[in-house]
Unconditional design. Structure first.
Lengths: 82, 155, 155, 82
């Protein structure tokens, strides 16, 4: 059974994806596999997706961590503040 | 919201409010919008942030800074939204008894804020185009990525 | 007199006048009067300068700084006369396209101004005594004196 | 024949000497010999005199330089600005 995961995209990622979207993911799954799924949805976004950090519950999670729950995911492109 | 601000930053006021009779050295850094970048004429910038996380991360960076240096005060305020040329995008102010700490801590704060905190600049050019900024050319194979390795998956 | 000032320094105004659309980084250092020094409670300071030479030397330091770093602007203003606690004794402002130059040049300027330029502080204490300041304990045998050897009999 | 040299003292030196004074010096003489003369005038000032720079015509001169003319001399204690 697949779970619906809400994803928020910031900044340059929005050239490739909607600010908010939902993807189906069979849990448990690594965050890396979620990234792979997004790359398939839009191969042109591969480079920026490879450089993104992932945040859940306002904390960064390692890409190889396994996602078990349906908490929303925030994709964080490289910072360019200042 | 202490560190992320939707209205213009008045660093002069920030600085005036910063008086501390115990500090002999105050250093202020202002990151400002240049009229050009990578050979293109810039009309203005728009900054976006993942605000709740940006707030928390700047707070943590300031706390780390106080652990590393003997500082009396440190503040950091970053704009989001539209910023014109010569407008202030970010301000860091540090105060210490002696100047070495104020300088070093100030630079440490801005370096970490720029590389770690989820804030992004959108540059608008006179030719009508726009681009999301990068603080460094991360895709270059020669890029050292020291900041990335150090902080990327940190908590 | 551009660099030696007999009236209070309004760094906020100096900073506001400092806008430069070509600079992405502005660093301001303010040296301020602390309420204590070496364990004694300070009431105020009085600064004295050998003014014509101090003016020329600060001008030369700024010129040297422009040779060493890719700066757009650099100013330095030092007070003479009575300065109260938390009052500003000296301000250095530097502006450059990227922040490394602004930070490094700023610190270079204040270091040289403090060690080389004929300006002296007279500290007044709450116990009624007063003392002429020293920027470092030059009489200590362990003192490296790097600044002195480098600059003392220069020119 | 001795020449009258005008000397200006700044800051901490004025604990030991008048702000402006005149001393007699047989020229030519090194600036160091002028310093020696002042030390004899007030031995308590020896330490600060050893740490002073000497300025003539708004330029620093080495202590071993020989003074030939009667230009005023400025004694510059260690800086303590900032």
């Amino acid at each position: 059974m697949e779970t619906q995961i809400q994803i928020t995209c910031f900044a340059g990622l929005r050239k490739f994806f909607a600010p908010q979207m939902e993807v189906q993911l069979k849990l448990p799954a690594s965050y890396q596999s979620l990234i792979q799924k997004l790359k398939k949805l839009n191969p042109e976004a591969s480079e920026i997706l490879d450089n993104c950090r992932i945040a859940v519950n306002e904390k960064f999670v390692p890409h190889n961590e396994v996602k078990t729950g349906d908490e929303p995911v925030y994709l964080i492109p490289p910072s360019s503040g200042g | 919201m202490k560190h992320i601000q939707h209205t213009p930053i008045h660093y002069a006021n920030l600085f005036d409010d910063f008086r501390d009779p115990n500090s002999g050295a105050v250093v202020l850094f202002s990151g400002e919008v240049r009229d050009n970048n990578k050979g293109k004429a810039v009309t203005h910038l728009e900054y976006e942030a993942y605000e709740p996380m940006a707030e928390k991360m700047i707070e943590e960076i300031l706390a780390d800074t106080h652990k590393r240096w003997d500082l009396n005060k440190a503040i950091c305020v970053h704009r989001v939204g539209h910023v014109d040329i010569s407008g202030c995008a970010v301000v860091v102010i540090t105060a210490s008894a002696h100047r070495a700490a104020a300088y070093e801590a100030n630079r440490y704060i801005i370096d970490r804020v720029k590389y770690e905190v989820p804030i992004w600049k959108h540059e608008f050019y006179t030719d009508g185009s726009s681009e999301w900024g990068q603080n460094c050319d991360c895709s270059s194979p020669s890029h050292p990525h020291h900041h990335k390795h150090e902080y990327q998956h940190a908590e």
